[in-house]
Design a protein around this ligand. Structure first.
Ligand SMILES: [Zn+2]
Ligand SMILES: [Zn+2]
Length: 695
């Protein structure tokens, strides 16, 4: 840590289009914990964030709800502020990107990029709906990913390979509003010369600090081909592009929020230009793993082009799983902050502790109510809660006021904990940070147990006072050292020890000055199994409902997901958040025989096989299923030569709803064994007639 420099910490902006869930907090809580520790260590810190208010999803959603985009944003902006307040994530400024000051800053930066020659106009073909009479930017259009063949949104292949898609790239575009087939029309748009920044980025990424996960992805991407980015869109809602009837792409203006919010946070305190133009601060971005590309490639190139200061570190949190399954709002694997957690009345510090202590910041975090209850009851309460209460209560009951005599061994243990925390913070290892104070708490429990003050008080009051004062010193240190993770509880508890933890610095953990103890209250209320069972029940009901919904409307998307597999290595634009077809995550729910009987499974004979043009993965097969020859698209081109397949007998699901893949209709699905993504075809043990039923 470079103590001489002020630090600016930012968090990826929550998108003002939905409610806060546990996936959000995976980034915000550790960032807040980091900021609170830095302040504890006496560092000067500015901590900003705000609502990301632009982009087509908000416009589309608002239209659906009969609201103006701003009205929709108002709802979620307030929601996030409330949630952050309750869970004690305390930003110095929480802004919004639809505010005037933000538009001003964005336009100034875009103008600088224009002046410096990094933006150029180009006529491109864009999806246009002749029925609605409008261009179809980003989420207004749906079609087929040109890279993997999955159903994709206009700007992102979110169900398939995860790539960022440039305007005009999507195949078979359809209007999302009216469902009509879209046509391509020419229009002038503006591009950012990302390709010119390759050398700069190679050098920059070599120096950038942060977590390995982010840096490794970024370094991999920059060595691959960079593309210029189209940075304008046909929309009303957004930051106007200078001199045109267009707005800038949301990924241009959203990160500029880090700058505009800093301006607001600095008002009346310091000059924001010292941070963003004169490089006098250390800039650290906390983000989720799914937006590494934007923060490590696009954003630094933009800042460089506009001659702004460059970020020093990017810290990316791992993904979140719920009950062992990939986090998914649509499938019910989600914990909503307001409706689930806050409504349950549980101590918000419990969730903060879980998020920080479950695993390393870079690894996937699994949330399960059972593990939650175990960690809270058997770690936090049994160790830390027990020590704090026992010691303080004993001291209050038997002494009230105590002299300042403390065992050296305890001071050494505190010093060790402080060192461990300092070191772990430098590596953004928040689990190690919280482990350090939990170890100190164990030390305290042992010390208390061995000293037996309940016996000593009868035989040697002076000895007893020293032992208890030693434990109180440990309790005080623990209150201070755990405050960044457990702010609500420790703020309350420090009162019983006779001080205010909010006003304390790290040096107070070792300052020995005697105690005046108040009658303490139990710091943490125990989690009862009934409460946990209730919360589990809510989640399981939600998952069951989602499953029902899915069974009811098994649409094209599901089929495409099963048919097309894309390896993680190919993911360039974005790391997928919902990799729903990972083999280990297939839901092994029981089905009835009736349900099984609904599947028309047969042995088919492949009579023709050929590659599909422009697709690396897909083969077009003609399969004799007994009463007819079916056309089926299978994602096996990387593993099987078409010629070798003709004449082969394979199991086929005949009554699967037809789907189009790369414009080719697929009627049925070939079943194969999945060996880590590699399809292995299956063949019957003996020769059977095409059309033979599988039972
Ligand atoms: Zn794709
Ligand atoms: Zn339309």
């Amino acid at each position: 840590m470079d103590k001489a420099k002020i630090k600016l910490i930012t968090c990826g902006l929550p998108y003002a289009n939905g409610k806060a869930h546990i996936g959000h907090l995976r980034t915000y809580v550790p960032a807040d914990v980091y900021v609170k520790y830095l302040r504890l260590f006496g560092e000067e810190v500015i901590f900003v964030c705000g609502s990301d208010c632009h982009g087509t999803p908000i416009v589309v959603n608002a239209e659906k709800e009969g609201l103006k985009p701003k009205e929709l944003v108002d709802i979620y902006h307030e929601h996030f502020q409330k949630v952050f307040r309750e869970i004690n994530v305390e930003f110095d400024y929480f802004g919004r990107t639809d505010a005037e000051y933000h538009h001003k800053r964005t336009q100034e930066i875009v103008q600088r990029l224009l002046d410096n020659g990094y933006i150029y106009p180009k006529e491109i073909e864009l999806a246009y709906c002749p029925n609605c009479n409008r261009f179809l930017p980003d989420r207004y259009v749906e079609g087929v990913c040109p890279y993997c063949g999955a159903i994709a949104r206009g700007d992102e292949c979110d169900q398939g390979c995860g790539r960022h898609l440039e305007p005009g790239e999507i195949l078979e575009p359809r209007c999302k509003i009216c469902g009509s087939k879209a046509i391509y029309r020419k229009q002038k748009h503006y591009f950012f010369k990302l390709t010119e920044f390759k050398d700069f980025l190679l050098d920059y990424l070599g120096k950038l600090k942060g977590t390995e996960n982010a840096l490794n992805y970024a370094k991999q991407w920059v060595t691959m081909e960079l593309k210029d980015w189209c940075i304008t869109r046909n929309l009303e809602w957004g930051v106007k592009f200078p001199g045109e009837d267009l707005v800038v792409y949301v990924w241009v203006d959203a990160p500029i929020g880090y700058i505009s919010f800093t301006e607001k946070a600095c008002e009346g305190k310091m000059d924001w230009k010292d941070i963003w133009l004169k490089s006098k601060a250390e800039i650290i971005h906390f983000i989720g793993l799914d937006i590494v590309y934007h923060h490590c490639i696009f954003w630094p190139a933009m800042l460089k082009g506009a001659e702004y200061s460059l970020p020093n570190a990017v810290v990316a949190s791992g993904m979140v799983k719920v009950e062992g399954k990939t986090f998914s709002k649509s499938r019910g694997y989600v914990v909503w902050l307001e409706d689930d957690y806050l409504a349950s009345g549980l101590n918000t510090d419990f969730l903060r502790y879980y998020l920080v202590n479950y695993t390393s910041h870079q690894k996937d975090l699994n949330f399960s109510w059972e593990v939650f209850a175990d960690k809270i009851n058997n770690e936090l309460i049994a160790n830390l809660g027990n020590f704090l209460y026992r010691v303080t209560h004993f001291a209050w009951k038997n002494f009230g006021k105590l002299d300042a005599k403390v065992d050296e061994a305890a001071l050494e243990a505190i010093e060790t904990a402080v060192d461990k925390i300092k070191k772990a913070l430098e590596n953004w290892e928040f689990k190690a940070v919280s482990d350090a104070f939990m170890e100190l708490s164990s030390f305290g429990n042992n010390y208390f147990q061995n000293a037996k003050p309940w016996d000593l008080i009868k035989s040697n009051r002076e000895e007893c006072e020293k032992a208890v004062a030693t434990c109180l010193q440990l309790a005080k240190a623990l209150t201070i050292l755990s405050y960044p993770v457990l702010p609500k509880t420790m703020k309350e508890f420090s009162k019983f020890l006779g001080f205010d933890v909010k006003k304390s610095g790290i040096e107070d953990a070792l300052k020995v000055e005697g105690f005046e103890i108040e009658k303490p209250k139990i710091p943490f209320a125990k989690l009862f199994p009934e409460k946990i069972a209730e919360l589990e029940q809510t989640m399981h009901e939600r998952i069951a409902m989602a499953e029902k919904r899915e069974l009811g409307e098994k649409g094209e998307l599901e089929e495409v997901k099963v048919s097309v597999k894309v390896s993680e290595v190919e993911t360039r634009g974005k790391v997928k958040v919902e990799e729903e077809n990972k083999p280990e995550e297939i839901d092994m729910r029981e089905i009835t025989f009736e349900e099984f009987k609904n599947l028309d499974l047969r042995i088919g004979k492949i009579v023709k096989a050929e590659k599909i043009e422009k697709s690396k993965k897909l083969l077009r097969l003609e399969v004799d299923v007994g009463d007819e020859v079916r056309q089926v698209v299978a994602g096996i081109a990387e593993y099987y030569e078409p010629e070798a397949l003709v004449g082969k007998l394979v199991p086929i699901l005949v009554n699967l709803k037809p789907a189009k893949l790369m414009g080719v209709e697929s009627r049925g699905m070939i079943l194969a064994a999945d060996r880590n993504g590699e399809p292995i075809l299956l063949h019957p043990d003996k020769e059977v007639e095409p059309g033979t039923r599988i039972r």
